[in-house]
Design a protein around this ligand. Sequence first.
Ligand SMILES: NC(=O)c1ccc[n+]([C@@H]2O[C@H](COP(=O)([O-])OP(=O)(O)OC[C@H]3O[C@@H](n4cnc5c(N)ncnc54)[C@H](OP(=O)(O)O)[C@@H]3O)[C@@H](O)[C@H]2O)c1
Length: 318
Amino acid sequence: MKVGIIGATGLAGRELIKIFEEKSLNGEITLLSRKKKGFIETEEAVYPVVPISKWEDFDIVFSAVEKEVSFELFKEHAKEKPVVIDFSSAFRELEDVPLVVPPVNGSVLEKRVSLIANPNCSTAGLVLVLDTIDKIVEIERVRVATYQSVSGAGRDALNEFFYESEFFILGKTPDSIDIFPEQIAGNVLPGIGEEEEGYYTEEKKIINETRKILEKEIDISAITVRVPTVRSHCEAVFIDLKNDFSDTIIDALNKSPYITFDKYPTPIKATGKDNVFVGRVLSPSLKHLQLFLCSDNLRRGASLNAFEIYELIKNKWF
Ligand SMILES: NC(=O)c1ccc[n+]([C@@H]2O[C@H](COP(=O)([O-])OP(=O)(O)OC[C@H]3O[C@@H](n4cnc5c(N)ncnc54)[C@H](OP(=O)(O)O)[C@@H]3O)[C@@H](O)[C@H]2O)c1
């Protein structure tokens, strides 16, 4: 199996390499880059690097780059090989592109396709929890508020955060702000992405992607907030149920292999972990449920989900 990774120098790409290394499958991977020639080194191994233009030479290609780059590369891709697993939002909402969280809707990959979309980092953890609940008591309505870490915006955003922090700690204003609309060090930014008619693009992603993955027109709204943490996203989730809350929901969350039940979930606990950490589960009235979740945006929210797609299609299609 020839596996290529585009975007291997980025945060999500690096986490993907780490997962291949943990599974001792890193012998399969080649890194494709726009500028690096020769080799990229990790603590575990040294990888040959080839130009991105060679992407068609592989069986499976992971693309962990910005949506504009992915769109240009794959907008006309319709061949059987390679199968592209795209991390960006470029294709997620297209009807003929499956958007997959394997434990929830892996069955949509029955039919072979050229391109598979990986979900938004906040959607991935959320749907694992909603799907578990919805199977026990059907969900009527969902309201979500996110607390998203800086690494969700990529390598340059993280560098900006560290740079700003040095000013902030001295009580000074940073001399430049490039990535975020306002300073993120010591701050909370109530809107992620671009604003369109009052809503932010990250909010639309969570809403539309949740509906597509759960395959239902669920009544859901979201407010997305950037907070000055480094890694792992959190979400406060308020759920109205069609029928009365039952303790079976707690049992199901407890038993899910993708969820770690924790009385007091935090981003630090979730960082580096495969599972979504879920806690503060309360039912203040019969048909209502509220909970707090934390999941590693680079791992559960991106690379691990993509790796699970890879495992699924590797066995099925190759
Ligand atoms: N960060 C997350 O939590 C997360 C979660 C889910 C999905 N995603 C998605 O995953 C993708 C990567 O995110 P990230 O956070 O890893 O970003 P990142 O840290 O900023 O890394 C970006 C990667 O893209 C490469 N790149 C940038 N411009 C390029 C171009 N014009 N041509 C070719 N390669 C280019 C960079 O390579 P160079 O070293 O050559 O600059 C780098 O490897 C994005 O679509 C993002 O939305 C991210």
